[in-house]
Write a protein that binds this ligand. Structure first.
Ligand SMILES: [Zn+2]
Length: 359
């Protein structure tokens, strides 16, 4: 069959169809909640993205905004015969009009029966946070350290920030009172294992126990050493959740499922980025993205026959999750919990309080 255009420079091809049929069709649950995905209207970009900006970081080059309708269309292609819902957010960047982008994400989610996380400006007052959370369709927030300030030359200017710098206490108080959802992308070059992150996550759990706290990307633990150091210290808190978006490494999924367990991990894609084709490889604490498109970062290409067999990154992630689930002997109910049940339970807990506070 002819390739179907997916998003940006990527298509859905016979390689992907065959991969789905061979590895995923019989295993991926019927109902999926993608608990970490981005939808953005390109018109909400405040300034054009220059070539220089695109070259700063590989994500900047592959992250082309996807509108809600296109995201819905892509989900239907990559998850054939599945019911897919989103917990969606805009682009967490000051390059976008955050208010307009939040409103776009909220209204598009609402009309599709999805749920929205508002990109949370750390400068918001408590009242602004409360009013955002009261809007229909919004279940919580997505804070991010890049929202502390704009820097045209690096997105890492605030990488070493503390969590409370970009998720300040006056905002956490409101989130706690509303029992709202927070998808937290942890800061620091050392990722989740950094002692400040472990300490501050524990502090949030202690001081704001009613916040539905979801640590994004398994704490940005993409390599085995990070996962081994970062995940076990947080394993004993039954009220702390993680999404596994952007994690392709089977070793990381294995550590997460062993220590955190299937009832506290939420499936996520971090799309649209991972409609990218290729595979990831790991070297100690670093990784390399292999892909077949001529991106500036794609200098070390693999041989053509290997590139020809590349499938979508999200399919590679699904296969990694599947292999680990099978290896650990997870039950069907556990797999269904990861792919939607856990998110659904948390969403319901937020909505139960929300309907009361809105009356
Ligand atoms: Zn993300």
């Amino acid at each position: 069959m002819r390739p179907v255009p997916l998003h940006y420079v990527w298509d859905y091809t016979d390689v992907d169809r065959a991969f789905w049929a061979e590895h995923l069709e019989d295993w991926v649950p019927q109902r999926i909640i993608d608990a970490h995905t981005h939808i953005t209207h390109p018109g909400h970009r405040l300034e054009p993205q220059t070539e220089e900006m695109r070259r700063q970081y590989w994500v900047s080059q592959v992250n082309e905004p996807i509108e809600a309708a296109a995201a819905e269309r892509c989900s239907a292609i990559v998850f054939p015969d599945r019911e897919v819902k989103y917990v969606a957010m805009g682009s967490p960047s000051l390059e976008f009009d955050i208010e307009a982008s939040n409103e776009y994400s909220r209204t598009e989610c609402l009309r599709r029966g999805w749920w929205s996380l508002a990109i949370c400006n750390p400068r918001w007052t408590a009242e602004q946070v409360a009013s955002e959370l009261a809007k229909p369709g919004v279940i919580g927030v997505k804070p991010y350290y890049t929202l502390l300030g704009q820097d045209r030359f690096t997105r890492d200017r605030y990488l070493e920030a503390n969590i409370f710098d970009f998720l300040p206490h006056h905002i956490l108080e409101v989130l706690d009172e509303r029992r709202a959802w927070v998808t937290l992308h942890v800061p620091k070059a050392d990722r989740l294992p950094h002692p400040d992150n472990i300490r501050q996550i524990r502090e949030i759990r202690k001081r704001y126990p009613k916040v539905v706290l979801v640590i994004a990307h398994l704490g940005r633990c993409y390599t085995e050493p990070h996962a081994r150091e970062g995940l076990p210290p947080l394993a004993d808190d039954p009220g702390l959740f993680f999404d596994n978006s952007a994690v392709f490494n089977p070793a990381v999924h294995r550590i997460a499922l062993k220590h955190i367990g299937p009832r506290r991990i939420l499936y996520g894609t971090d799309n649209p980025v991972f409609y990218m084709r290729g595979r990831r490889q790991w070297r100690a604490r670093t990784y390399i993205n292999r892909t077949n498109y001529d991106f500036y970062f794609n200098k070390e290409r693999e041989p053509p026959d290997i590139e020809a067999a590349y499938t979508l990154y999200i399919y590679e992630a699904l296969r990694a999750i599947k292999e680990v689930c099978q290896e650990l002997g997870l039950k069907k109910e556990d797999v269904e919990a990861i792919f939607g049940g856990n998110a659904e339970r948390l969403i319901r807990s937020v909505l139960a309080v929300k309907s009361v506070t809105n009356d």
